[in-house]
Design a binder for this molecule. Structure first.
Ligand code: FMN
Ligand code: SF4
Ligand code: SF4
Length: 260
């Protein structure tokens, strides 16, 4: 086991691509967050990379950090949050607060604007804009990686009640958002949706997905379905799907990516 670890959560690969880039610089293990059961961590450099959800932490990420048993005395801890357009929010502050409950704290926090995958609300940007955003993001990732190599610290800052109010309202309704999914007849019964789901929320019954109402609302199933057959309410139909160009389906479903 290396003495450095990066725990990541991803649905469309932005956060995985950032975790991989940082890992290449610092030579860390990268481990996908899929479950929230207790995990022991002996590393003295610990990173968390995840997407921003409603200006805050994805449910799975908060539960994971809450349940993480940090064994080293004074680890260097960093967090990188990837997001779409709305780069503010309370996610870094919340990670810091969860760590403080364990007698630790966040040394370095960074937000990186990438491509918004939230097609329940927005459209995916055109390819040129995506290229641009990802090029800028790459520069930022290199800067952050350098800071991590040098074990730099920054001020995490405060959150505000507007972020919190918005976050609480939306994040608490995620588990049942899958009741708004429908599957079109173009489904080819490939089972990919079930394989990319980070929380095993999709059973495949007679080849077709059945949602189990323990959803993270991450939209991995929607974006990775090769036939765009999964729709959320009536708002995702005919909208382009997205995944980070550096990340392939195999990266999402390999055994290695489901280490935890
Ligand atoms: C449920 C949900 C909520 C989101 N909320 C926000 C948000 O508040 N602000 C923002 O900028 N992007 C938001 N996004 C977009 C993601 O944070 C962004 O696309 C992220 O880079 C996706 O990372 P991933 O590819 O690793 O899953 C949201 C996406 C989802 C699925
Ligand atoms: S990924 Fe799409 S095509 Fe494949 S089983 Fe799921 S819904 Fe059907
Ligand atoms: S069912 Fe779809 S949206 Fe819900 S957690 Fe699984 S992959 Fe994400």
């Amino acid at each position: 086991m290396k003495d450095k670890v990066i725990y990541y959560f991803t649905s469309t690969g932005n956060s995985l691509s950032v975790a991989e880039s940082i890992s290449n610089k610092i030579n860390a293990n990268i481990i996908r967050i899929c479950e929230t059961t207790d995990v022991d961590c002996n590393s003295d450099m610990i990173g968390f990379v995840f997407p921003l959800y409603f200006w805050g932490l994805p449910n799975l990420v908060s539960k994971f950090i809450s349940n993480l048993n940090i064994k080293s005395d004074k680890p260097y801890i960093f967090a990188v949050v990837t997001c779409g357009g709305m780069i503010g929010g309370s996610a870094l502050h919340d990670v810091d607060a969860l760590l403080k409950e364990k007698g630790h704290g966040l040394n370095l926090g960074s937000r990186i604007q990438m491509v918004s995958n939230y097609i329940c609300e927005f459209k995916i940007k055109d390819d040129k804009k995506i290229d641009n955003l990802l090029r800028k993001a790459e520069i930022k990732v290199n800067e952050v990686s350098e800071d991590i190599v040098n074990k730099k610290s920054n001020k995490i800052g405060k959150t505000n009640f507007i972020y919190k109010k918005f976050y609480k309202k939306y994040i608490s309704s995620c588990a049942n958002q899958d009741s708004h999914f429908s599957v079109e007849d173009t489904c080819i019964e490939c089972g990919i949706c079930s394989k990319v789901c980070p929380v095993n929320n999709i059973d495949v019954e007679k080849g077709r997905p059945k949602f189990l109402h323990n959803c993270e609302h991450c939209l991995a199933c929607v974006h990775w379905c090769p036939k765009q057959a999964i729709q959320w309410k009536d708002v995702t139909k005919n909208k382009k799907r997205y995944h980070n160009p550096n990340i392939k389906l195999e990266d999402m479903i390999s055994e290695k990516s489901k280490d935890i």
